[in-house]
Design a binder for this molecule. Sequence first.
Ligand SMILES: Nc1ncnc2c1ncn2[C@@H]1O[C@H](COP(=O)(O)OP(=O)(O)O)[C@@H](O)[C@H]1O
Ligand SMILES: [Mg+2]
Length: 389
Amino acid sequence: MASVALQGLSKTYQDPQSGKTVAAVKNLDLDIRDGEFLVLVGPSGCGKSTALRMLAGLEDITGGSILIGSRRVNDIAPGDRNIAMVFQNYALYPHMSVYDNMAFSLKLRRLPGFFGRLTGGEKVKETQAAIDKEVRDAAELLGITQLLDRKPKALSGGQRQRVALGRAIVRHPEVFLMDEPLSNLDAKLRVQTRAELIKLHRRLGVTTVYVTHDQVEAMTMGQRIAVMKDGVLQQCDTPLALYHHPANMFVAGFIGTPSMNFITSKVSLQNGEPVLDAGPFKVQLPHSKASALKSYDGKEVILGIRPEDVHDRALLSTTPHWGDSTIPMQVEVTEAMGARTIVYLRAGQQSVVAEIDADTNAKEGHTLDVSLDTSVVHLFDPQTEAAII
Ligand SMILES: Nc1ncnc2c1ncn2[C@@H]1O[C@H](COP(=O)(O)OP(=O)(O)O)[C@@H](O)[C@H]1O
Ligand SMILES: [Mg+2]
């Protein structure tokens, strides 16, 4: 096992058609702890795969350094970095059995002359027995022992994914790198495999860098999550820290479904108490926000509030702890999800999404009185989009 450090890592591509340069990864600093499961997440094209491929040694580095443990690996060949990578498309050898797919890299590595004439000396036999044990142990761990003689084409997507994992596990790498390994699985299998990967990580304790564009996957799997946008790291923290303390509007909007509501409003400090004027309604903020908003008096800010913090006033029995201010809003659409209902609301030019208890009486075309939990609102600077703290 090993820690991983990316220091000022950059990658610039030359676009083959236009000849223009594309900065795919910009000055990425990231410290991944020994044994950690870190998820690299962001929208398609933000540079996740490029970062991972540089770490794997599959892509040249334009600038910066990569350390695995204390070893600088910039100029070390992929095969000597002691990492194993699992891809979205599994990359299995189609003509080999599951067993051979898993054993292949071990044979290459440990049986010199594997490609040539292999005489059956004692040493070779010993090595072959050791490889056989590795493969069978990994197959057992992954529950694919009964598939060892099959070819990849006779396997389901989920089974292929296990073989790809098995091939990584037998090598006992210091670091696992996974690039969207679940995206070819159907929704149900994806959720199942997600949990299995986590269990596997708990058992093996191997440092893992896991790439996905899916924020739910990131939230459920990552011990920490690094959020990227346009090649730039936005924030790296635990799932709940990202959820409750997003550093900027991008992270706030990317993490959580439905997305956080953003409401442009004007600040006024009335006798030192912060009030936001959103146009059709006003929001009294807690006194604790006053100092942060001092320099915004008379200016605009973006109010951020998560859908679950927009409440149906009728479902709140007593006066809520954040104070009693009711805002009437038009119900445009309701989506019954079972235990919860997603309600799309409008007040003047402001549209707001609420996620409320299915007991709600919200009806399309009617008015709903809502109460915003102002104790958990977020505030952002409209120019920089950074959180105002
Ligand atoms: N070989 C390449 N040549 C030119 N541009 C590339 C190449 N690979 C990736 N890119 C560009 O770099 C950016 C990041 O790509 P990628 O790392 O694959 O993103 P992600 O994995 O987050 O979807 C994209 O704009 C992509 O078009
Ligand atoms: Mg990718």
